[in-house]
Ligand binder design. Structure first.
Ligand SMILES: [Fe+2]
Length: 185
């Protein structure tokens, strides 16, 4: 079993074949946890959203679902990209899926007795912005910073790489499924 907590939390980090990209990706997630006040004992309390009534989906569950779905879809769909001669990176998709929501760890803050609130600057520094900054500070390349910055509505009119478009589409699908039947606050 891995000594590194983020690898135990998300074994899909090992799907990133480029060792430098894997190291920087793990460092970015650790940095986000540290900045937001999350650690081994409380990270599973982090929610995916506070905007839906009685939402029981955690951040860990959401990131796991998005990453698993992205890799599944990549392995099924990569044939078309290959057939049409379009370079499409599994490593970028894996790292991008794992990191797309690291900014949520600074958008939400752990409170007393297992409660969670929005952090003081969550509107000013919504997770695509805070996540992109953390990724850049961790030393990740521009294509990963771009993917994080543009994965939510902030990226609606943005230029997209193939990988950012791919992760964004899967993320929207997974999120919509996971709040199905719930009411927005
Ligand atoms: Fe997400």
């Amino acid at each position: 079993m891995s000594e590194r907590f983020v690898e135990r939390l998300f074994p899909a980090f090992l799907e990133i074949k480029d060792e430098t990209l894997r190291e920087l990706s793990e460092r970015a997630m650790e940095l986000a946890m540290e900045r937001g006040g999350w650690n081994e004992s409380n990270i599973r309390l982090a929610p995916v959203t506070l905007n839906w009534l009685d939402c029981d989906v955690s951040w860990v569950e959401h990131v796991t679902d998005v990453t698993d779905m992205c890799l599944l879809e990549f392995d099924q769909m990569a044939k078309y990209y290959a057939r049409h001669g379009v370079p499409f990176s599994r490593d970028t998709v894996a790292a991008g899926a794992l990191l797309h929501d690291i900014g949520k760890l600074t958008e939400f803050a752990p409170g007393e007795n297992g409660t969670v609130t929005h952090s003081g600057n969550w509107e000013l520094m919504r997770h695509p912005l805070s996540g992109a900054i953390i990724a850049a500070q961790a030393g990740l390349p521009d294509n990963i910073v771009h993917l994080i910055a543009t994965h939510s509505f902030e990226g609606e009119k943005s230029y997209h790489t193939l990988e950012s478009e791919f992760v964004r589409t899967v993320d929207i699908f997974v999120f919509q499924c996971s709040v199905k039947g719930l009411k927005k606050k």
